[in-house]
Design a protein around this ligand. Structure first.
Ligand SMILES: Cc1cc2nc3c(=O)[nH]c(=O)nc-3n(C[C@H](O)[C@H](O)[C@H](O)COP(=O)(O)O)c2cc1C
Length: 214
C-alpha cells in the first residue's frame, strides 16, 4: 500500500497555495470523508490531539469569516473551509480523557498507563498556561501540514490561511471561553482554470541550504 516516489513528488509539486477556487466545483462527500479521516489520523505529542477542526458549512458564517480574513476570496469560494483550533490548556481532564480513550481502544488497565500519565502530567505542570497553549498550537500545525499533503495526493487544492483575525474568528465561531482558540484556516476545493498562481514556478531555497547531512 504505497504510492510511487515519482507520484508523491508530482503531487507535492502540483500543489500550491490556491488563490482562486472554482466555486462551482464541490469535493464529493466520499472524498471529503477521506480528508476528515486524514485529520483524525494526524500524529501529536503523546497522542494528545489538542485540537478541534471546524468544518464551516453555513454560507453566512463563511461570509463573516471572510470579512475577518482580509477579504481573501478563498474563504467563501472554495468547496470547503476548515478552521483549525487548538486547546488553550492541557489539564488533568484532557489527560484523563486520552488515557481512557487509549484504554478503550488498546485495552490494558489504568495501572499499565500510569507511567505515561505521570510523564504527561509532569510535562504539562512544568509549563506555564501560555506555554501549554503554544505547545498545542504547534501540534495543530502538524494537522495543517498533513491536511495539505493529503489533499494534494488526492488531487484536491488547498490554501492555508493565516491571514485571518483569530480573535474575530473566535467570536464568530463561539469559541471564546470554550477552551479552544483559532489557529489557522484552510480552504479546500478545486483551482479555478484562470488562477494565474498555478503557473508560477515553485520557488524554494536550494536543498543544500536547508538539509545538512551530519
Ligand atoms: C501557515 C500558512 C499560512 C498561510 N496563509 C496564507 C494566507 O492567509 N493567504 C494566502 O493566500 N496564502 C497563505 N499561505 C500560503 C503561502 O504564502 C505559500 O504556501 C508559500 O508562499 C509557498 O507557496 P506554495 O504553497 O504555493 O508552494 C500560507 C501558508 C502557510 C503554510
Amino acid at each position: 500500500m504505497t504510492i510511487t516516489p515519482e507520484k508523491l513528488i508530482a503531487s507535492l509539486s502540483w500543489r500550491y497555495a490556491t488563490k482562486q477556487f472554482d466555486s462551482t466545483r464541490k469535493i464529493p462527500a466520499a472524498m471529503w470523508d477521506v480528508i476528515e479521516e486524514s485529520l483524525v489520523l494526524t500524529p501529536s505529542s503523546f497522542g494528545l490531539q489538542p485540537w478541534k477542526f471546524l468544518v464551516i458549512e453555513d454560507p453566512g458564517i463563511r461570509s463573516n469569516l471572510c470579512a475577518e480574513s482580509w477579504k481573501q476570496p478563498q474563504v467563501t469560494e472554495a468547496s470547503h473551509y476548515i478552521v483549525l483550533a487548538a486547546r488553550t490548556d492541557l489539564n488533568a481532564d484532557d489527560i484523563d480523557a486520552w488515557m481512557s480513550r487509549m484504554g478503550e481502544i488498546q485495552g490494558g488497565s489504568p495501572e499499565t498507563r500510569a507511567p505515561l500519565k505521570g510523564m504527561i502530567e509532569g510535562f504539562a505542570q512544568a509549563m506555564s498556561h501560555e506555554a501549554r497553549h503554544g505547545w498545542n498550537i504547534r501540534q495543530t500545525y502538524i494537522a495543517l501540514g498533513q491536511l495539505m499533503a493529503c489533499a494534494a495526493v488526492l488531487g484536491i487544492d488547498a490554501c492555508p490561511m493565516e491571514g485571518i483575525s483569530a480573535a474575530d474568528y473566535d467570536k464568530i465561531l463561539g469559541l471564546e471561553g470554550s477552551g479552544y482558540a483559532t489557529v489557522v484556516g484552510c480552504a479546500l476545493g478545486y483551482r479555478a482554470a484562470d488562477d494565474k498562481y498555478a503557473a508560477i514556478p515553485k520557488a524554494r531555497f536550494e536543498r543544500a541550504r536547508m538539509i545538512k547531512h551530519v
